[in-house]
Design a protein around this ligand. Structure first.
Ligand code: SF4
Length: 297
């Protein structure tokens, strides 16, 4: 008797966010006209998608490599860049194709404005983010490195609690950790004469916040979850941990081959989801592979 087809669904809210869609679409449009397009850093934290784009002619370069190029076009990815990159481009007559996400651009401008308007009252600019992450490098670059990057609660001792401070967050940070950090900093300011000296701004991207909520519901609906994401994606790791908490039967995979060895029964219900940097085509390939595997059970 034929088996019932296995139930496999892809989360309709997963896949590229608007910032990544724009960067990739722009790269594809240029690659239709040109054989080669340089991109400063990985355009997306997903090796499978990178491979697809490099086969089309995209060449990923470092800042060091960019400094040796002249009279070419270089794409700036959604994470954005510090002002030095724009100065270097001008010096080397490099045309920039700037796909900095609008959300990141707004955050860069706000940080710069705070720095310029609050400098005379010695306000410290705090950025909650991953040290060395491209977006954080771009943010701190707006204020000539004159801010404090806070990566975890341990870093709050770097703050001078006798001076005012304003806190911003990298757009892809974890909201729960950001709220815990805000409380911990406020607690220290509360012990001082002017507790109101501390302000925080919620600058986590709405698409990351919304996705975190949606993915919890999705993960609870299936008995196995395949979370598809590149290993370097901060957003991927964050969303994977949310899925894992709701559904311990969650597997993190970055490519189809990693399905090997994971036992699936035809009675399982399977959900596939991913990060803001996971291409839909990759989640569809994972789904097809599971369906093929099921036929052979
Ligand atoms: S996660 Fe948000 S801020 Fe980051 S690229 Fe996507 S849309 Fe832009």
């Amino acid at each position: 008797m034929p088996l019932n087809p296995i139930q496999v669904e892809i989360d309709k809210h997963s896949g590229f966010c608007i910032g990544v869609i724009n960067a990739i679409k722009t790269a594809e449009q240029w690659l239709e006209k040109e054989q080669t397009l340089y991109c400063l850093g990985d355009i997306v934290h997903n090796n499978e998608e990178l491979q697809r784009l490099t086969q089309m002619g995209l060449r990923i370069i470092t800042h060091e490599e960019m400094s040796r190029l002249h009279n070419v076009r270089v794409l700036i990815r959604a994470h954005g860049e510090p002002p030095e990159t724009y100065r270097l481009a001008e010096k080397n007559r490099i045309e920039l194709i700037d796909t900095t996400c609008q959300v990141v651009l707004q955050l860069q401008q706000n940080i710069k404005l705070s720095f310029e308007t609050l400098a005379d009252i010695n306000t410290q600019i705090l950025i909650f983010g991953k040290k060395g992450h491209a977006e954080v490098v771009g943010l701190i670059g707006q204020i000539g490195q004159k801010g404090i990057v806070i990566s975890s609660l341990k870093d709050i001792d770097k703050i001078d609690f006798d001076k005012p401070a304003i806190l911003y967050s990298q757009t892809t940070q974890n909201i729960e950790e950001y709220e815990a950090l805000i409380s911990a900093i406020q607690e220290r300011y509360d012990k001082k004469e002017f507790p109101q000296n501390f302000k925080s701004v919620n600058t986590i991207c709405k698409s990351v916040i919304n996705r975190a909520k949606q993915i919890q519901e999705f993960a609870a609906h299936y008995n196995i979850i395949f979370f598809v994401s590149g290993e370097k994606s901060s957003n991927g790791l964050y969303l994977y941990n949310i899925c894992k908490k709701v559904n311990p039967n969650t597997f993190l995979i970055s490519k189809i081959e990693q399905l090997q060895g994971i036992v699936i029964s035809h009675t399982d219900t399977i959900g596939i989801c991913g990060a803001t940097s996971t291409p839909m085509w990759l989640m569809e390939s994972v789904k097809n592979e599971i369906l093929i595997k099921n036929q052979n059970l």
